[in-house]
Design a protein around this ligand. Sequence first.
Ligand SMILES: [Zn+2]
Length: 303
Amino acid sequence: MEINSHKTPPLRTRLAPTPSGLLHPGNGLSFILTWAIARAQGGTILLRIDDLDQARCREAYVEDIFRTIDWLGIDYDEGPTGVADFQANWSQHLRLDHYQQALEELRSSGQLFACACSRKAIRALAPDGPYPGTCQQKSLPFDQPNVAWRIFPPPTAAAVQLRIWQQGLTRVTIDQPDAWVLRQKDGFPAYQIASLIDDTHYKINFIVRGADLWDSTLVQCYLAQLLDHTTFSDAVFYHHPLLLDEKGNKLSKSQGADALQSWRKAGQSAAVLYRLAGQHLGLPHPVLDAQALVQALQSINKK
Ligand SMILES: [Zn+2]
């Protein structure tokens, strides 16, 4: 359970929601797990709101993030205090230079190529598979409009090393090497690079995320190796099980899952999420709120 020792720096983690919809129970579970592990170990929590996708982000969804955190009964140590503070001081749009700098570094070391393929053309050649390699040897100019920047795919059987919580250093083969898009056609950085650069910038060393982001973790670890971002390469990851609906499908905003906003409006508590978090963390007895969860974790840590 313990990841801190005299050798490792104090735990720094983050809550990293995207304001492209109302938060759903899976986000709530992820927040609770992140918060409780950090608090039980005296760590620091950053609130980082990933608003890069301008087309989908809404102010009301940013507001929903703050309300959800209050309703869950959790807190954080660094990050925006409200919508106005977020927009003025914390938006990812204020860090575009950082992302571009990393992209330039990869480009100048020959790791990237420009791709002018349409989605339709890629789908026609590779309906389910990785990028078909169309532009890989064309040396298209990077600065022409309407090209994406892709990374040359890792070699077959390439592996990354990552630290998995409660398991330690693990070597994992990248199952689906691909020429991932790192800069989109509109010039904005892709999620993989923005998330990695932010985690590096804020010196995050403990990352909690849903199991659906496992592949993203491998991509980001691969990029961190290329960029020699050692805080990220040394970070500890915990991929928690996803919340499923009665049919066994992942609960998500896009599937119209019950938003936490409606739980709040109905006067419902988050007890069911705390109970589930306690189960995931292997607690022997059910817990129903934030304080009980942290206390139970601390008593396990002491053993
Ligand atoms: Zn292409």
